[in-house]
Design a protein around this ligand. Structure first.
Ligand SMILES: Nc1ncnc2c1ncn2[C@@H]1O[C@H](COP(=O)(O)OP(=O)(O)OP(=O)(O)O)[C@@H](O)[C@H]1O
Ligand SMILES: O=P(O)(O)OC[C@H]1O[C@H](OP(=O)(O)OP(=O)(O)O)[C@H](O)[C@@H]1O
Ligand SMILES: O=C(O)c1cccnc1
Length: 490
C-alpha cells in the first residue's frame, strides 16, 4: 500500500466478502433486488435466561453516516483493482433500506429476530458485519451487567473496567451497556461526557504510596475534595486504613462528606464486617463500604451469602470483558429475496445441525403477556402479515417439542420489532439513556423469576406460529428438491 489513508468513515468496517458479494450482485444486475435479512442469537450468554438488547444507538449513528468517502474509494481502487464503474456505483451509494429492531433495553430471547433489514440486496449485505459487531458486544455486556445487578439487590454498582477493556471503543460503549443493564455509574469520564451518564470514583493505592501512610494521604485528598471515599487496604486495612479514615473524618467534620471506604483485597466478608463495626462505633453508621477486586455475579452472590457488609460494588475486568463468555454469537440470515419475476421468495439455510436451520420469511416477534398480572407467557414469532394481537385465543407450542403447548386467553400481544429507518430515512426518536435503563429494569421485573435467576433458569418459550412453522417445513422440503434437481451430476 503506497499511502496511509485517512480513517474518515465506517463504511469499510465490514468483511471483504460483503463487498465482494456486492460486486457479484452488481455485475449480475441484482444489487437492488429486494431482500430481507434477520439477526438473532442462538444461545444465551452466561447460560442466562434472557439477554438485554443494546447497540441500537450506535447502529443508528452508523447508518446515518453510511457513505463511501474519497479515501474509501481510493483505497478500494488501489488494493482490489475494482473496475471504475463499480467504484462509481459505490461512490453514489446512499442507504435506502428499512431497519426494524427491538428497542434498546428490551429483553430479548434466543432464536427470535431482534433486528430486521429490508431493502436493496447489496445494501443489506454490506452492513451485516458492523451491525453484528455492535449488537454482539453491547448486548453481551448489558446482559452481564443485568446478572450482576440482579444479585446486587439494589446495592450501588460502579463500572471500573476502562483499563481492562478490549481497547477504547469497548470501554466506552461497554460502559454505556453496563448502565442499560443496571449499573449506576462508570469511572470512565469520556463515557460520562459522551452519554450523559453518571461518573464516580475513589482514589488508587498510588495516592497512599506517595504519602507513605494512610493518614497523610487521606488528609491531602480530603483537603481538595468534598466527597471522600478512602482506599484503606494499601498497608494494613484494620489497623491503619480504617483508623486513619476515621481520624480524618473526625478532624474535618462538616468540611467533607465522608462517604465511606474502599477495600480491594483480602477476605472481603471478614474485613467488611470488622470495618462496619469500627465505623459504627466511631459514629459513622452512614459511611458506606465499597469493594472491588475481580468481582463478578458469583463472587458478589457468595459475599452476600457470607453476610459481607458491602454497600457499593466496583466491577471491572470480568464485566467489561464478559470474562466467562467472550461473544454472544448473533447471526444475520437472508430470509426472503425477490425472484426474477419480482416476487418475494422466502428462503432459509439448511444445516446438518438442527439448531442452525433458520426460519424463512419476514417475521415479527410478539411478546405475549397475561392481562391479569402483566406476566410473560412467552414470545410468539409469526409471519409478518399475521396479527396475533387481534385474536381472542392464541395456541402456542414449542417449535421442536410440539407436544408442549398451551392456549392463552385474555392476553396482550406486543410487537418487538419497531421501525427505525424506513427506506433510508430515520423515523425513530432515540430515547435518553435514562429512559432505556428504566425501560429495561421495568421489563426485567415483569419477567417470572424462574427466567431471571442467574443459575439454571427455565427456558423462556419462544414459539413459532402455526403458519410460520408450516412455512418452515414446506420451505425445507421445497428447497431440498430444488437443490437436488439443480446439483450437477458428476
Ligand atoms: N470472602 C470471600 N469469599 C469469596 N471470595 C472472596 C472473598 N473475599 C475476597 N474474595 C475474592 O477472592 C479473590 C482474591 O483475589 P486475590 O487472590 O488476587 O487476592 P486479593 O486479596 O484481591 O489481593 P490482590 O488484588 O492484591 O492480588 C478476588 O476475586 C476477591 O473478589
Ligand atoms: O478488579 P476489577 O474488577 O478489574 O476492578 C478494577 C480494579 O482496578 C483497580 O486495580 P488496579 O488496576 O490498580 O490493579 P489491582 O488489581 O492490582 O489492584 C481497582 O483497584 C480494582 O481492583
Ligand atoms: O474509582 C475507583 O475506585 C476505581 C476506578 C477504576 C478502577 N478501579 C477503581
Amino acid at each position: 500500500m503506497e499511502e496511509q489513508y485517512k480513517d474518515d468513515s465506517l463504511v469499510l468496517h465490514t468483511d471483504l466478502y460483503q463487498i465482494n458479494m456486492m460486486k457479484t450482485y452488481w455485475d449480475q444486475g441484482i444489487a437492488d433486488k429486494h431482500a430481507v435479512f434477520e439477526g438473532y442469537f442462538r444461545k444465551y450468554p452466561f447460560k442466562n435466561g434472557y439477554a438485554v438488547y443494546a447497540g441500537l444507538e450506535r447502529i443508528v449513528d452508523y447508518l446515518k453516516n453510511l457513505r463511501f468517502t474519497k479515501t474509501d474509494i481510493d483505497y478500494l481502487r488501489e488494493v482490489l483493482d475494482y473496475p471504475e464503474a463499480f467504484l462509481e456505483y459505490l461512490e453514489n451509494f446512499e442507504f435506502k433500506a428499512t431497519l426494524r429492531s427491538a428497542v434498546e433495553g428490551e429483553l430479548v430471547f434466543a432464536n427470535e429476530p431482534i433486528i430486521q433489514v429490508e431493502g436493496p440486496l447489496a445494501q443489506c449485505q454490506l452492513i451485516e458485519t458492523a451491525i453484528l459487531n455492535i449488537i454482539n458486544f453491547q448486548t453481551l455486556i448489558a446482559t452481564k451487567a443485568a446478572r450482576i445487578s440482579y444479585v446486587s439487590e439494589g446495592d450501588t454498582l460502579m463500572e471500573f473496567g476502562a483499563r481492562r477493556a478490549q481497547e477504547m471503543d469497548a470501554s466506552i460503549w461497554g460502559a454505556r451497556a453496563t448502565y442499560i443493564g443496571g449499573f449506576d455509574a462508570t469511572s470512565n469520564v469520556r463515557a460520562g461526557k459522551m452519554f450523559n451518564m453518571p461518573i464516580a470514583g475513589t482514589h488508587a493505592h498510588s495516592l497512599v504510596q506517595v504519602y507513605r501512610n494512610d493518614y497523610d494521604a487521606f488528609m491531602a485528598y480530603a483537603k481538595s475534595h468534598k466527597d471522600c471515599v478512602f482506599l484503606i487496604d494499601t498497608y494494613d486495612t484494620l489497623r491503619s486504613g480504617v483508623p486513619a479514615a476515621i481520624q480524618v473524618a473526625d478532624e474535618l467534620g462538616d468540611k467533607i462528606n465522608f462517604l465511606g471506604v474502599r477495600i480491594d483485597s483480602g477476605d472481603m466478608a471478614y474485613q467488611s464486617k470488622k470495618i462496619r463495626q469500627q465505623l459504627d462505633e466511631a459514629g459513622y453508621p452512614n459511611a458506606k463500604i465499597y469493594a472491588s477486586s475481580d468481582l463478578d455475579e458469583m463472587t458478589i452472590l457468595n459475599l452476600k451469602m457470607q453476610g459481607a457488609k458491602i454497600d457499593v460494588w466496583g466491577v471491572g475486568t470480568k464485566l467489561i470483558t464478559a470474562f466467562d463468555q467472550p461473544a454472544l454469537g448473533a447471526v444475520y440470515k437472508l430470509v426472503s429475496i425477490e425472484n426474477d419475476e419480482g416476487v418475494m421468495v422466502d428462503t432459509l439455510k439448511i444445516s446438518s445441525n438442527a439448531e442452525k436451520v433458520s426460519t424463512p420469511g419476514r417475521k415479527q416477534v410478539w411478546r405475549i403477556t397475561r392481562n391479569s398480572d402483566g406476566k410473560s407467557e412467552g414470545d410468539y414469532v409469526a409471519l409478518w402479515e399475521e396479527r396475533p394481537d387481534q385474536l381472542e385465543e392464541l395456541y402456542m407450542f414449542h417449535p421442536t417439542y410440539t407436544y408442549i403447548n398451551k392456549t392463552v386467553t385474555d392476553f396482550t400481544a406486543r410487537p418487538i420489532l419497531q421501525d427505525i429507518f424506513v427506506d433510508g430515512e430515520l423515523v425513530y426518536e432515540l430515547p435518553t439513556l435514562e429512559e432505556i435503563k428504566e425501560y429495561s429494569l421495568k421489563h426485567r421485573n415483569a419477567l417470572w423469576d424462574e427466567y431471571v435467576r442467574i443459575l439454571n433458569p427455565e427456558d423462556y418459550p419462544v414459539d413459532l406460529s402455526q403458519k410460520a412453522w408450516d412455512h418452515k417445513m414446506n420451505t425445507i422440503q421445497l428447497l431440498k428438491q430444488t437443490v437436488q434437481k439443480k446439483a450437477p451430476k458428476l
